[in-house]
Design a binder for this molecule. Structure first.
Ligand code: HEM
Ligand SMILES: *[C@@H]1O[C@H](CO)[C@@H](O)[C@H](O)[C@H]1NC(C)=O
Ligand SMILES: *[C@@H]1O[C@H](CO)[C@@H](O)[C@H](O)[C@H]1NC(C)=O
Ligand SMILES: *[C@@H]1O[C@H](CO)[C@@H](O)[C@H](O)[C@H]1NC(C)=O
Length: 512
């Protein structure tokens, strides 16, 4: 709110110096401002506009945004222009928010004016025109499918029932690492490959009741193996979404009509649909034969008869793609940091040993492992998997940070920027779990904003937290992790989420 007061008091002071009429006028304006301030979303036109990042006329700031994922540039600009500024991307205007305080206005206080999304052409295709919880506008459809996914997959009760699957997953990861070590004692292991594959298995069990080995896909007249199914359901759409997003938001990428690009998106769409249809067919048969399992498909078939076939398909696909990436990203970054910082790894190991002794770490033990939780939180802060929240769209005039924001503006919350805010975090560049130990509210899962907030807060934060924490804990309990001596600082990222560009390659040593 500081911005508002400053902008109003400076002209007031100048006016007093000039003379009586002006004073009366400005004072009148000032009171009008104070009065309308009570209901700012309806009378906000007189508030100052959001400060603009100077750009080139016509092109706006496009030429300055050479990265595909501009969260670094956005953060640099936040240091120069403040926690809220606007940029012009060709014809449209986008407000970029890089502080927790203003982000909370977007997510909570002003949510009623900022509750829709404007999707790029290809995201529209890939999300079946917003038929996903995460990409839908805030409406009845959203409320219905969010209720379904929380009830049957992601809420606390549903997650309790999937406990055995998570335990199996951790056993399998540990077993595969031991097997790798026995075969290749002095070689670096690629944790991502192992963890991601197991996570995909867990996602399939939650969605369909069983992991998949291979399946005959009738529409494509081919039999697909598990790895190929993973490509079609997870890897390809993630890649497609990033290309698409920034192409549409930053229209300079769109000047050249690109048929081959559209073809790629449509191929992704068709293949995903074909594979999902085949899986759904198989499990409908299973259920018809009387074999019921605790899974989302079993639930949806009996409880969600109003969904169209396409909405049904998208509902099942959603937790598969959402489970398979972000949690792995967080776990991998945490292991990278722990391998790089042996002292902190020792501290974590000692905490786990002092609590669990010779027993394997379990979910019940989490509440007694504050350092482990701090490692998870600090990793979410420094390497937030979703650095820029999917864009929101202002559908009626509103106020953010004391500035007028007109309908039609897009809003980007720069989570990475919030987490690098020097006013909030001391030495934000440093990875230091300690910072989450010192404060009372450190148990707050939403402190870093990594999961968003308000009504659209991440539905999978519980699952992500449990799997990452137990994953990190178990990996450290079973092995000592080391980077190769010649490993260089490697913090480059790739993809829609901030996946590490190069997978973590680490030396592991089984603990005695
Ligand atoms: C560390 C892991 C994760 C991070 C950092 C993360 C981050 C986010 C963020 C920032 C949003 C808000 C998007 C917005 O407001 O526009 C979101 C929404 C969502 N996430 Fe996650 N997520 C994670 C894991 C998961 C998992 C494992 C699942 C499910 C299996 C999941 C399911 C969802 C869903 C369904 C929404 C949409 C909620 C709504 O729009 O009402 N997330 N996530
Ligand atoms: C994981 O472990 C279970 C039993 O503990 C086993 O049946 C399954 O085949 C394993 N899965 C993988 C992918 O290793
Ligand atoms: C068209 O899109 C494809 C795939 O994204 C890309 O490789 C190619 O460079 C694009 N061509 C043009 C002219 O933009
Ligand atoms: C850890 O969890 C197990 C059950 O999963 C429990 O038996 C054990 O007592 C717990 N340890 C501590 C120290 O809470």
């Amino acid at each position: 709110m500081d911005g508002v007061i400053d902008m109003q008091t400076i002209p007031l002071r100048t006016a007093i110096a000039i003379g009586g009429t002006a004073v009366a006028l400005v004072v009148a304006l000032y009171f009008w401002f104070l009065r309308s301030y009570a209901s700012p979303s309806h009378h906000s036109n007189h508030l100052p506009p959001v400060p603009e990042v100077p750009g080139v006329p016509v092109l706006g700031n496009l030429l300055q945004l050479k990265e595909k994922k501009p969260y670094m540039t956005f953060t640099k600009w936040a240091e120069m222009y403040g926690p809220i500024y606007s940029i012009r991307t060709g014809a449209t205007s986008m407000v970029v928010v890089s502080s927790n305080e203003i982000a909370k206005e977007v997510l909570v206080t002003r949510f009623p004016s900022i509750s829709t999304r404007k999707l790029s052409y290809a995201l529209k295709v890939l999300t079946e025109d917003k038929s996903m919880v995460a990409m839908s506008d805030y409406n009845d459809y959203h409320k219905t499918v969010k209720r379904h996914i929380l009830t049957a997959v992601l809420g606390p009760n549903a997650q309790k029932k999937f406990r055995a699957h998570r335990d199996t997953m951790m056993e399998n990861v540990s077993n595969e690492l031991h097997a790798f070590f026995e075969k290749n004692p002095n070689q670096e292991v690629n944790l991502r490959k192992i963890f991601q594959s197991q996570l995909f298995g867990l996602a399939m069990k939650q969605a369909l009741g069983k992991d998949v080995e291979s399946i005959y896909v009738k529409d494509l007249e081919t039999t697909m193996k598990r790895e190929e199914i993973f490509e079609v359901l997870v890897v390809d759409p993630m890649m497609g979404a990033i290309e698409v997003d920034w192409r549409d938001f930053f229209p300079y990428l769109k000047w050249v009509p690109n048929k081959s690009f559209e073809n790629i998106i449509h191929r992704m769409y068709t293949r995903r649909e074909a594979v999902m249809k085949a899986l759904i067919q198989e499990h409908k048969k299973r259920i018809a034969s009387g074999e019921k399992l605790n899974s989302y498909i079993d639930y949806l078939l009996s409880e969600a008869q109003t969904l169209t076939d396409k909405q049904f398909l998208m509902s099942l696909w959603e937790p598969i793609i959402e489970s398979s990436d972000t949690t792995m990203v967080t776990t991998e970054w945490a292991m990278y940091e722990l391998a790089k910082n042996p002292n902190l790894q020792d501290r974590l190991y000692e905490e786990i040993q002092s609590v669990c002794g010779s027993e394997k770490i379990t979910e019940e033990n989490l509440s007694q492992l504050p350092y482990l939780y701090a490692v998870f939180q600090e990793t979410l802060r420094k390497h937030c998997p979703v650095p820029i929240m999917p864009l929101r769209y202002v559908h009626e005039n509103t106020v953010l940070g004391g500035y007028h924001v007109p309908a039609g503006t897009e809003v980007a919350i720069n989570i990475y920027g919030c987490n690098m805010d020097k006013k909030l975090w001391e030495n934000p560049e440093e990875w230091n779990p300690e910072r989450f130990l010192s404060e009372k509210e450190s148990m707050d899962l939403y402190k870093t904003m990594a999961f968003g907030g308000g009504k659209r807060v991440c539905a999978g934060s519980l699952q992500a937290m449990v799997i990452s924490c137990i994953g990190i804990g178990r990996l450290v309990q079973d092995f000592e992790w080391k980077l190769n001596d010649d490993a260089e600082e490697d913090v480059n990222t790739l993809g829609l989420t901030t996946q590490k560009l190069h997978p973590l390659l680490a030396l592991i040593n089984p603990r005695k």
